[in-house]
Design a protein. Structure first.
Length: 279
């Protein structure tokens, strides 16, 4: 992170638009995306985008289609319709490996860590660094792990312990480090703070600020409206697979966002989507 970007964050806080870079194309644009399971339109003509350094929160009731939309981006599901563009170019994403090649990484609520091994082993799981003799290069992996963890979470010292011994916030930082180690530019976080206490939630908030300052874009799925207002630059509300509306977080109140979630009513500060209620 540059000194300028650190100063910017100190001056304006994480949600300030000045960290967001809208001078070039969006990191990712999903346009008119649809998918059905049997007869159910899980996602129905949804469009969302994300710029470098931006946190876009996806909100909506259970079953609104948030996870399904994001699983299309991560290559877990194949869309029936719609287009995905990465930095302005049409992207072909049909499996998770394609998504990773475009710098799209997902951190699931379960974190998917290997509990019995340490942070470095987790960072390089399946992508180990080898020596010229074909053995695991533990020294190189630990050095890399210290570098990336030092940037994300400078207080982290527990490099020699299995990750099951770590706190929830520390485990989250290992999962994020693993994603950014392999050059993630677009990070998807599905309910990152759902299982965490207040202190650890604050820690994840710090991690997100670091990532923003590095120009990474984040789709944040969360049920916690307070977290969302602390962390997100923009909110997108979904209902019945459709986008109800979207808004800069600074242009709407929490009550107005709750109104979008519950009855699909779009306030003056927001832009209506196809799922906006018509009365
Ligand atoms: N693999 C699947 N097979 C069948 N139906 C599915 C599948 N995945 C999702 N659905 C359905 O699609 C709809 C959208 O679900 P989704 O999980 O995307 O919602 P969500 O907004 O993430 O909700 P939550 O807040 O509960 O996580 C729901 O009706 C769900 O039952
Ligand atoms: Mg979900």
């Amino acid at each position: 992170m540059t000194e300028a970007s650190m100063a910017e964050i100190a001056d304006h806080g994480p949600g300030h638009a000045s960290v967001v870079d809208r001078s070039g194309p969006a990191l990712v644009e999903m346009q008119d995306i649809s998918i059905s399971f049997g007869g159910i339109h899980a996602v129905d003509g949804a469009s969302i985008d994300l710029y470098p350094g931006e946190v876009v929160a996806l909100l909506g009731h259970n079953g609104a289609g948030k996870s399904t939309l994001i699983k299309i981006l991560s290559g877990a599901y194949k869309r029936d319709n719609g287009e995905i563009r990465v930095k302005g170019e049409t992207a072909t994403i049909t499996n998770p490996r394609d998504a990773k090649a475009y710098g799209i990484e997902t951190i699931y609520q379960t974190l998917a860590l290997a509990d019995n091994v340490d942070a470095a082993a987790n960072l390089f799981l399946g992508r180990e660094i080898m020596t010229a003799w074909g053995t695991l290069d533990d020294a190189a992996m630990e050095a890399e792990a210290r570098k990336v963890m030092g940037r994300l979470n400078p207080n982290f010292r527990r490099f020699k312990e299995p990750v099951k011994a770590l706190s929830g916030g520390q485990r989250q930082s290992v999962a994020i480090a693993r994603a950014i180690l392999f050059n993630a530019r677009i990070l998807i976080m599905d309910e990152p703070t759902a299982a965490l206490g207040p202190q650890e939630t604050a820690q994840v908030g710090e991690l997100i600020k670091q990532l923003k300052a590095d120009g990474i874009g984040i789709f944040l799925i969360s049920h916690d409206i307070h977290d969302v207002f602390d962390l997100a630059d923009r909110v997108v509300v979904m209902k019945n697979g459709q986008v109800v509306g979207s808004a800069m977080t600074s242009d709407v109140t929490k009550d107005e966002v709750l109104g979008m979630i519950i009855i699909g009513k779009v306030p003056p500060g927001a832009t209506p989507g196809p799922g906006a209620s018509r009365d």
